[in-house]
Every structure is written in C-alpha cells, then in structure tokens.
Write a protein that binds this ligand. Structure first.
Ligand code: PLP
Length: 390
C-alpha cells in the first residue's frame, strides 16, 4: 500500500482513536506489579472507575478483551444448565448467546428485527410465565455495536421488577460506557461488562466487570468452572490495589489518563457530545436520502450510526472505495447485515471537525462509488453543528 500522509481516519465503532495524552502516559518503563508504586496506581484506577459506571460497587479489571468480561459475568454468577433470557438485538448479542451455550447454560432468545432494542414488555411477559424462577439471569447489550441501537436498560429493570422476578440483570456496555449514559446502581444492574477500546479511548486489552451486591451473593453458589475469571481472588487482591496475576500495567497508566480526561470534560458533557454527534450524523444520512438502521428514535445511539445501503448496492465496496481514496476505515456490516450496512463510529476521542471530516469522506465516497444519493449531507451536519449550543 502506498504511503498515506496525514492521520488515518479510524471511524469504526471501536477500537477508537487513542488521544496523544493517553499514548504518552502509556509510554513508560514497565513497572513491578507487586511493588508499592503499582499499589497506588491500582487503587486509584479501581476507585476512579466507579463513577464512570455510576456505581458504588466494586469494578474489576481483566487483562482481556471484552469477550473475556462476558465470560466472567456468566461463569461467576451461574451454574451448569441455568436458564438465561437473552435479547437478540444484533450480532454481539447473538455472540453472547453462543458463548452461554458453549458454557453449558440454556439461553432462551427473545428475537428482535435488529432495528430495535430489547423489548421490556416481552421480557416482563416471559418472566411472568416463569413462576418457578428457573430463569436465573436476563442478559442485554446496552449499545448494540452491530446496529447502533441503544436498549432502554432502565425500562428493562422496571419490567423485571413488575414481574417480581429475582433474575439477575447482566448488561454489556462495551460500546456505551463513557459515551452513552449508563447508570448501574440506579437501574439495578447486577453485572456490567465493559471494554477499554471504545468510549474509554484506550487500545484493546482491558475489560471490566462491575458487580452488584446481589451478583456477589449469587457468586457464592455459582458452580460453572472458573479459574482466571474468578471474582473472589481478584476482589481480595484489589483491596490493596493488586491483582492475582500480572495486570496489563502500561494500559493502566493509559486508563488513569483517560479517566482524567473524561473527568476534565465532565461525564454528562461527554454524553451530550456523543448525542449531538449522533444527531448530526443522522441529519447527514437523511439528507443523502439513505436510511438509518435504528428504527426507534428513542433508541438512537450516540456512539455509532449504522447506515443502510440502497437496494442492490454493496456496503463493502463503498467502504473499500473510501479506505483507498481517503484513508478512512468505516465499520463493516456484521452477520445478517454483512454488505448491507456500513457503520460510522462517532465515539471516544472525537470532536465536531473529526465528524465533519468523517462525513465528508462518506459523501465523497458515495459519489466515487456511484451509490445513488442526494448531495448536501455534510451541509446538513454543518448547519446543525454550527448552530450555537443553548
Ligand atoms: C457490544 C459488544 N459486545 C462485545 C464485544 C466483544 O468485545 P471484544 O471484541 O473486545 O472481545 C464487542 C466488540 O466490539 C461489542 O461491541
């Protein structure tokens, strides 16, 4: 490939662009992970993570990708043969189901059309039928990265409560934490799964479980085999800021810096920024005459937008054209959406000009690839972004 000058535009919905401050923070000599300096770092990041999850409960950090934290959430709370109710909101929700199956659980699927979030009414109805309380957990992906649809977790909690059902609520926030408002304690979430490479603006390699008191109690009797993922040893070591095995030390330097940045901007401002960029993106998409995959405005995502291609047009050919002409990566369609949608990531270390550059690349790419569209998407976004904030 020939040399491309200027920065690559990494506009997939994660991994996201890592800020220079975070890169510099990680460029440090490797430290002794059992020495006093590490204990200080460990205690600091473990404490500072809690407000990002909006929880007072423990948050633990695995040196693993998000898939590891999915597994940890299941094996620490459940036993072989347990029934789990899983909303199939898209590709990532279906991968979590496949994992549950492989672990010896009995996932029951509540399907969606992949254009809507988890349906609280369907969850309530199913739990009401389950008089024997055989269902031990309800699993929902908060921001479905394959579709750009945000499930209403607060409503799911209310549905579980209305059914007076004791199932745990396990929520994947891998592409929402630090970009879409998430309230672990207020919404009564029992285990929150998260990853480093999206809203937290870090490279891939860290993942998280935030654990409610009920989940901790369930862990005492959960019988699925676990070793690396076990919460008990992790929590015991974390008390002093240490880990039971070698932590990803340099990523934790990066995490400390990224948390500082989120706090400097203010978490609510971070959410508002993402919401605004989602709106500007949808205005561009609509002006192009294309359709946003998310069908419910109450479930629009601030972290990414999945755009449907006109009938007979290839999303992957468009993405290839854009990569080759403008050095910009956009997200591919996953599973049943392969080649039918492309995804614009607008999360993490991102601002108005990054968005307008991204949308410009898409608009020029649509023309170059010969995809039928109207001009003026970028202009629609500029008109919106250029209006003073109230
Ligand atoms: C919502 C969601 N869940 C789970 C995963 C899997 O995480 P990882 O690829 O870090 O293992 C991803 C990855 O993009 C995701 O977006």
């Amino acid at each position: 490939m020939s040399y491309a000058s200027g920065r690559h535009f990494l506009q997939i919905p994660g991994p996201t662009n890592v800020p220079d401050r975070v890169l510099r923070a990680m460029a440090a000599p490797t430290m002794d992970h059992r020495g006093p300096e590490f204990g200080v770092l460990g205690r600091e990041v473990l404490a500072e993570l809690k407000p990002i999850f909006k929880t007072r409960n423990p948050v633990i950090i695995y040196p693993a990708s998000g898939t590891g934290a999915w597994e940890a959430a299941l094996v620490n709370t459940l036993s072989p043969g347990d029934q789990v109710l899983m909303s199939e909101t898209g590709w990532f929700a279906s991968l979590w189901q496949q994992m549950a199956l492989k672990l010896g659980l009995k996932p029951e699927i509540l399907p969606t059309d992949w254009r809507h979030g988890a349906d609280p009414a369907a969850i309530e109805a199913r739990l009401e039928q389950d008089r024997a309380h055989a269902i031990k957990a309800v699993c929902v992906v908060h921001n479905e990265t394959s579709t750009g649809v945000v499930s209403r977790i607060g409503e799911v909690r209310k549905a579980i409560d209305r059914a007076r059902h004791p199932a745990l609520l396990l929520v994947d926030t891998i592409s929402s934490l630090g970009s879409v408002d998430f309230r672990m304690d207020e919404w009564g979430v029992d285990v929150t799964v998260a990853g480093s490479q999206k809203g937290l603006m870090l490279p891939p390699g860290l993942s998280f479980n935030a654990i409610s008191t009920r989940a901790l109690a369930a862990a005492k009797s959960a019988k699925l085999p676990k070793a690396f993922w076990g919460w008990d040893e992790m929590l015991a070591n974390n008390k002093n800021g240490y880990f039971p095995y070698t932590p990803a030390t340099n990523l934790l330097y990066g995490l400390r810096e990224a948390l500082k940045m989120l706090n400097e901007e203010g978490l609510e401002n971070v959410f508002a920024r993402h919401t605004r960029h989602g709106e500007a993106t949808r205005r561009a998409v609509t002006a192009w005459g294309l359709e946003v995959l998310c069908a419910n405005p109450a479930e629009y995502s601030g972290s990414l937008t999945a755009v449907m291609m006109p009938e007979g047009q290839s999303a992957d050919r468009l993405r290839k054209t854009i990569l080759e002409a403008f050095d910009m990566s956009l997200g591919t369609g996953l599973g049943r959406l392969a080649d039918k949608v492309f995804r614009i990531g607008h999360l993490g270390h991102f601002n108005d000009l990054t968005l307008t550059g991204t949308l410009s690349g898409v608009e020029m790419g649509l023309k170059l690839a010969g995809v039928p569209h109207n001009r003026g998407g970028v202009q629609a976004a500029l008109d919106y972004l250029g209006t003073p904030l109230k």
